[in-house]
Design a protein around this ligand. Structure first.
Ligand code: ARG
Length: 377
């Protein structure tokens, strides 16, 4: 066991499927979308043999790519699945050292940002294959995130979602900027086979951000709000062919409400509605003046406008909803049932204006898929 205070418990890759999970046969059925006939049988056999022996499935690049795209298609919490076929999968299963992973993550950011024309990318690092080994983990929830500093008076500067991560980064030796701000980009923390976390400060210049301004309210820019361009989820497990890829960061592009109606608006996140309502001169003493709703609307107008004038691709919740309905139609035409969670498919703003508001939905157990995994810290 390492002496490192943040070292994780070894988390072995699940071997034989547990009760209630999919059978190995079901886990491998996605290969039918890649191969047929004799070749299909031999690829299924090779994967079955490996997984039953406790190894990871020996997927080739085409199979891994297909697994990535199908995991996106299967993921019950994503409204943006119309574009599942466009996922660019980077096969970095040969990487397990934090330094090498760091370099590769920098390339992921550049490829995904693509000068503002965001591309959906997933980079797959080595899965774990022996019970005694630590799983490779990226400890950040997303590759971009803002520090949350706890003040002595209990208030938080920055993103309250990230206070624990920020404390840990500082304990591991991260030096925040001299003047701590509300939008300080966090370093990356990566652990390899030893389980011991390595800290990688990232150059703010390497991460694209968008300053938020409003098309009509000139004062909006003075609030100093910004957000990063690309959401790269880095703490979920990519599960395919009976194998857990514990480090497989992936990204899409933002839908405006994720930032404007949640990250910047939630009372337990940046909580900006009161400040915006005040600048708008709204009557905050009276809930029924709908000051929250009016401030929320203008904040969301500002987010969409700012990404647009910065040349960074983002979708709005009406377009995303229409895309989702098309995805459902395409899936139906292929005789596939869509797995979906209502609370994630319905946008947090004006939900009743979208067709999925009155649509029954069900989450199904699927493979490949992206799964939550226990925190690395
Ligand atoms: N909701 C998260 C955020 O606001 C990002 C989740 C992934 N979103 C996406 N559009 N791919 O940062």
């Amino acid at each position: 066991m390492s002496e490192c205070p943040y070292s994780q418990d070894p988390s072995p890759t699940p071997r034989k499927p547990e009760a209630g999970c999919l059978s190995l046969e079901e886990e491998l059925s996605f290969l039918e979308e890649v191969h047929s006939g004799k070749q299909l049988e031999s690829r299924k056999k090779a994967c079955t043999d490996a997984v039953l022996q406790g190894a990871s499935a020996p997927l080739n690049f085409d199979e891994l790519s297909a697994a990535g795209a199908i995991a996106w298609r299967n993921h019950a919490r994503c409204i943006g699945r119309l574009y599942w076929k466009s996922l660019l999968v980077r096969d970095h299963r040969d990487l397990e050292e934090p330094e090498a992973i760091y370099e590769s993550l920098c390339d992921h950011m550049t490829l995904a940002y693509n000068s503002g024309k965001i591309r959906s990318v997933m980079t797959v690092y080595a899965p774990s294959n022996k019970d005694s080994e630590h799983a490779i983990r990226i400890w950040n929830h997303q590759l971009c995130g803002y520090a949350g500093y706890r003040q002595a008076d209990g208030r938080i500067t920055g993103d309250p979602k990230n206070t624990e991560f920020t404390d840990m980064a500082i304990e591991l030796g991260w030096e925040p900027p001299k003047e701590r701000g509300s939008f300080d980009l966090l370093p990356w923390i990566i652990s390899g086979r030893s389980g011991c976390p390595k800290l990688f400060p990232i150059a703010a210049a390497a991460i694209a951000e968008v300053p938020i301004q409003h098309p009509e309210f000139k004062w909006f820019a003075d609030l100093g709000i910004r957000w990063y361009a690309v959401p790269v989820i880095s703490d979920m497990c990519f599960h395919a062919a009976g194998t857990d890829y514990t480090a497989a960061p992936f990204n899409g592009w933002y839908m405006g409400t994720e930032i404007g109606a949640r990250n910047l608006a939630d009372s337990y996140r940046y909580n900006l509605l009161p400040a915006i309502a005040k600048r708008m001169g709204l009557d905050k003493r009276n809930e029924s003046s709908l000051w929250k709703d009016r401030a929320l609307l203008e904040l969301n107008v500002a987010v969409l406008h700012s990404f647009q004038i910065s040349g960074v691709h983002m979708t709005d919740h009406h377009t995303a909803s229409r895309d989702f309905m098309r995805f459902c139609q395409n899936e139906e035409a292929q005789d596939r049932k869509v797995s979906a969670q209502w609370s994630w498919m319905v946008p947090p703003m004006s939900p009743s204006t979208t067709p999925q508001y009155i649509m029954p939905m069900q989450k199904q157990t699927r493979s490949p898929d992206f799964k939550l995994q226990s925190r690395a810290y």
